[in-house]
Write a protein that binds this ligand. Structure first.
Ligand SMILES: [Zn+2]
Length: 295
């Protein structure tokens, strides 16, 4: 045990190499993985970005740990989605102390309404519309410039390059979805996370669960979705990375709708998965939806 401990100390002592590399970088904390990726695209080597809710985890029901408060206390900026997505954040920031700048990525978007009682009337999943993500990029860029004006031109250049990539991605998605017949542009997902995607790309997306995963779908909600699948011949139900698959598997069995793969709704995949960046997430989701809806 002693030897093991000493070995561990030695290893920790060696890792200053990594620490030195990160030294001088601004510490920035993002609430969840999608925002962390976007912030890294804008800040590059200038920032050391960490994530509170890790990839593949559900931000709706996240429970912060003591080390999360410590990271926030030491951060220069905290990037949040807002719109009620991180219900635990306000208390965490208060408990953490410190004076990080809070950058709300969604602050200039037009939010969609929601009837989910957990969400104060708003749908927080605005990142599924690329037009919104471009507004997120501008808000994060401006927030970073405010705390680090010395690197103004770096943030502007990197944001500009990323915005150009997002324009290409949007065009690619529109082209890809264009040949799906109108009558088949419908799917069912677990929780109501794709309202913005549905609006942007003219697809109907139904869900037995509301915009938060905090409450389970009621028997009435489930019966309603089953009725809609049958009445409108909805071709597929699609699982989500942050939701329990069992409910949709049951709905698929009862209706004969096929299970059309898995969407990344509220988090990125791990590095080795198909959606480890925002751009890859949008590509993966679009391909999954198209494969599920095409005759
Ligand atoms: Zn969600």
């Amino acid at each position: 045990m002693q030897v093991l401990l000493r070995l561990l100390c030695l290893l920790t002592a060696l890792s200053p190499m990594a620490a030195a590399k990160a030294q001088g970088r601004l510490e920035v904390v993002a609430s969840f993985s999608i925002l962390a990726d976007i912030t890294r695209q804008i800040g590059g080597e200038r920032l050391n970005v960490s994530t509170l809710v890790p990839p593949e985890a559900d931000a709706h029901v996240f429970q912060p740990a003591p080390q999360d408060a410590k990271r926030i206390a030491q951060a220069r900026a905290v990037i949040i989605n807002g719109l009620g997505f991180e219900g635990w954040m306000e208390r965490l920031i208060k408990a953490a102390g410190g004076k990080p700048r809070i950058i709300q990525a969604s602050k200039n978007i037009q939010p969609l309404k929601s009837s989910d009682p957990h969400m104060h009337g708003l749908d927080p999943h605005a990142w599924h519309d690329i037009a919104n993500i471009k507004i997120y990029v501008a808000a994060i860029r401006d927030g970073l410039i405010a705390i680090d004006p010395e690197a103004d031109s770096l943030y502007r250049q990197r944001a500009q390059a990323y915005l150009a990539q997002l324009d290409l991605l949007d065009a690619e998605i529109r082209t890809s979805l264009a040949d799906i017949p109108p009558a088949r542009r419908m799917v069912v997902t677990s929780h109501d996370a794709f309202g913005y995607y549905a609006r942007a790309y003219a697809i109907r997306m139904l869900a037995p669960q509301g915009v938060s995963t905090e409450t389970e779908a009621s028997a009435k909600d489930i019966a309603k979705v089953i009725k809609q699948i049958r009445a409108q011949s909805i071709p597929a139900v699609i699982l989500e990375n942050v939701s329990d698959p069992r409910l949709l598997e049951q709905i698929a069995r009862e209706t004969g709708a096929k299970i059309g793969g898995k969407l990344y709704s509220d988090s990125l995949s791990l590095e080795t998965g198909p959606a480890s960046t925002y751009i890859d997430l949008m590509r993966h989701n679009t391909k999954t939806l198209k494969d599920a809806m095409m005759p």
